[in-house]
Design a protein around this ligand. Structure first.
Ligand code: SAM
Length: 290
């Protein structure tokens, strides 16, 4: 075994920072930011606030999509020469809908040492409090702002069975929910996670249709930072099986003289699906029985 110290201890540390609450900066993130030679920041002013809060005076250098082509060769050669850099974004985990991908790619190709200092990430935080299945999920980032492109992308998700996570700007929340309702189904369960870890943190869980009405009536405030979590489509076999069981349940209740409305309400209480969908299913069964 070679016990010689590594002659070039240069490295790149990818450091997650808080998504709102500064106390969420991990002790390891703090000591890494204090110990590296340079911090690469998406916005030096914003990261400067975090560093001032922590009493850290490491030099900051601006690093974003518009200067990375010029910066990357310099950064890589300085790491190769033994310097340590930390990469941070304005909030959360770098690279996740944030700059850094090309730098990482090239650092890996150049066989440089790269370490993660994990921590907050809005998509994981939102999933963890959404109440929706989290065993399998797809992160879809920001949908395209142009309605036609957004709708085209949503159509690709129409049959997705995993939970889907989207980042969304507040001024596009209503139109995104409206398109999602139309393409994925208004009865699809979803959650709007707003301002996580901040003073006005709120999480609203309901169907896409109901969330849209509440956003339109402003009982849900479309302001601040938002993650949208949407339940996946039922697996076709699961749907078939479940539909069969739900159909039998609804039919049995209707045969006992229970009204369509009450049958749907009872099935919803038994967690058989959203009330509106159950109501429609019961109604069509009742019509067939007539
Ligand atoms: N890299 C970040 C991460 O790890 O989550 C995401 C950066 S992306 C440019 C910013 C988006 O993340 C916001 O528009 C919002 O969708 C989401 N986001 C960031 N902070 C949030 C928070 N505190 N609450 C809810 N969503 C947040």
């Amino acid at each position: 075994m070679n016990d010689e110290p590594d002659p070039s201890p240069g490295a790149l540390f990818v450091v997650a920072t808080p998504i709102g609450n500064l106390s969420d900066l991990s002790p390891r993130a703090r000591s890494t930011l204090a110990e590296v030679d340079t911090i690469l920041a998406e916005d030096t002013r914003r990261t400067g606030i975090l560093l001032a809060h922590c009493g850290i005076s490491t030099p900051l250098r601006s690093f974003h999509d518009h200067n990375e082509d010029r910066e990357i060769p310099r950064i890589l050669s300085r790491i190769a020469a033994g310097e340590k850099f930390a990469l941070v974004s304005d909030a959360g985990t770098p690279l996740i809908s944030d700059p850094g991908y090309t730098l990482l790619r090239q650092a890996r190709k150049s066989d440089l040492r790269v370490y993660c200092v994990p921590g907050p990430c809005a998509l994981v935080a939102a999933l963890s409090v959404s109440g929706l299945p989290v065993d399998r999920f797809v992160f879809a980032g920001f949908l395209p702002p142009r309605p036609s492109l957004r709708r085209r992308e949503l159509r690709l998700f129409a049959r997705e069975t995993k939970t889907m996570v989207f980042y969304e700007a507040p001024h596009r929340l209503a139109s995104a929910l409206s398109d999602m309702g139309e393409i994925l189904g208004e009865d699809r369960e979803a959650a709007i996670a707003r301002e996580l870890t901040k003073r006005f943190e709120s999480v609203h869980c309901a169907t896409l249709g109901s969330l849209l009405s509440r956003v339109r009536s402003e009982s849900i405030v479309a302001r601040g930072e938002i993650v949208l979590v949407v339940r996946g489509a039922l697996e076709s076999s699961e749907q078939a099986g479940d539909d069969g069981a739900v159909t039998s349940l609804l039919s049995a209740m209707l045969a006992e003289g229970i009204s369509v409305r009450q049958a749907a309400a009872v099935a919803a209480r038994l967690d058989k699906g959203p009330r509106n969908a159950l109501y429609r299913q019961a109604l069509s069964l009742a019509k067939k029985e007539e």
